[in-house]
Design a protein around this ligand. Structure first.
Ligand code: DD3
Length: 328
């Protein structure tokens, strides 16, 4: 028993080392650790209104506030401690003793500034939707038949003005150009592969990439039919191949899936490392791409017709619509 565990840990460490080696040069030349330029600190005038949520376990906090009179959401998150900085951490830090008891002692270690960074995401101007999104909320599981989708969900999402300008900015190379990991420009089956916002690319342990389809107008899983199989196969195959080449992670270490409901209605596929519990990996929201492909092969109208289940937050306008229709 103990032997297999030890073996497995060694294996994963080796995978990690390989990926670090291939990845390091690229990221260090760009905006890898410490080398990015300092910006004027716009956050110095951030006025906190409310802490929307926080998690001691995830070591993050979501704060609603104002930035120069505009509504803003700021997300702060401590990042994992990387093996490749350990020696610098041990040699370059200051230690304060907290307590000592027998063979046990605890300290507060003050790391050098460049090893003590906090991943920070700013949404500004933030809409009420952004503020609500990060407010801790209870969820309810909704049962959506194909008819419910067409009579309740579709009219609701069409009426909403969820802005996906940021997606178009990526597709039109107006933003995040230097973050693109892979591009297949084909207008029908093409896609862009790039790191999701949630991933700082410093370690592969929490790898999180998204494939965004070139084709516009495929809103979600519900729009998929067998006609999209070449697109889905293409994303699956080329996405996995690129991640193997660039990050040395084989397909057996990846979780490749779609969300339903998605957080934005332009078709995209999530690639996360197996074992990394990214938000939204639960069975109530994640649909494995491999399953989606098989289901469409078996029934071209699978996702247009099947009952799908998903959680909605208490303050979600769509939940209200399901209640009004007597479905909850
Ligand atoms: C979003 C879902 C959306 C707040 C936050 C994120 N990956 C993105 C803009 C650019 C991106 C993403 C909405 C928005 Cl923190 C509100 O996500 C994005 N770029 N997930 C990348 N690469």
């Amino acid at each position: 028993m103990a032997d297999t565990t030890a073996k497995r840990e060694t294996d994963s460490n080796e995978t990690m080392d390989l990926s670090q080696k291939t990845k390091r040069p690229k990221f260090d030349n760009e905006n890898g650790r410490g080398e990015a330029e300092f910006q004027p600190n716009i956050l110095s005038e951030f006025k906190t209104i409310k802490v929307l949520s926080d998690s001691a376990r995830e070591k993050n906090i979501f704060v609603h506030g104002k930035l120069a009179d505009k509504e803003a959401v700021v997300i702060l998150e401590k990042t994992p401690i990387r093996e490749d900085v350990l020696s610098e951490l041990f040699t370059g830090s200051k230690l304060k003793l907290d307590m000592k008891n027998d063979i046990y002692s605890t300290y507060r270690l003050q790391a050098p500034a460049h090893l003590n960074e906090i991943k920070t995401t700013v949404v500004c101007p933030a809409t009420e939707k952004h503020v609500k999104k990060y407010q801790r909320q209870e969820s309810s599981l909704v049962e959506e038949t194909g008819d419910d989708y067409r009579s309740i969900t579709l009219p609701y999402i069409e009426k909403q003005s969820f802005s996906i300008q940021w997606v178009y900015n990526i597709l039109e190379k107006k933003a995040e150009v230097d973050r693109i990991v892979y591009e297949d420009p084909d207008p029908d089956v093409g896609f862009l592969l790039l790191p999701d916002f949630k991933w700082d690319q410093k370690q592969v342990d929490d790898l999180y990439l998204i494939a965004i389809t070139m084709k516009k107008g495929i809103r979600s899983l519900r729009d998929l039919t067998s006609e999209h199989l070449p697109l889905l196969q293409n994303i699956f195959n080329k996405g996995k191949a690129e991640i193997l080449q660039r990050y040395k992670l084989p397909a057996s270490k990846l979780r490749v899936y779609l969300h339903y409901q998605p957080s934005y209605y332009h078709l995209h596929v999530h690639f996360t490392k197996l074992g990394y519990e990214a938000p939204g990996v639960g069975v109530e929201r994640a649909h494995l791409l491999a399953d989606v492909i098989q289901n469409l092969q078996a029934d071209p109208q699978y996702y247009a017709t099947r009952t799908l289940y998903f959680p909605l937050r208490a303050d979600d306008g769509l939940l209200e619509k399901f209640k009004e229709a007597g479905k909850l």
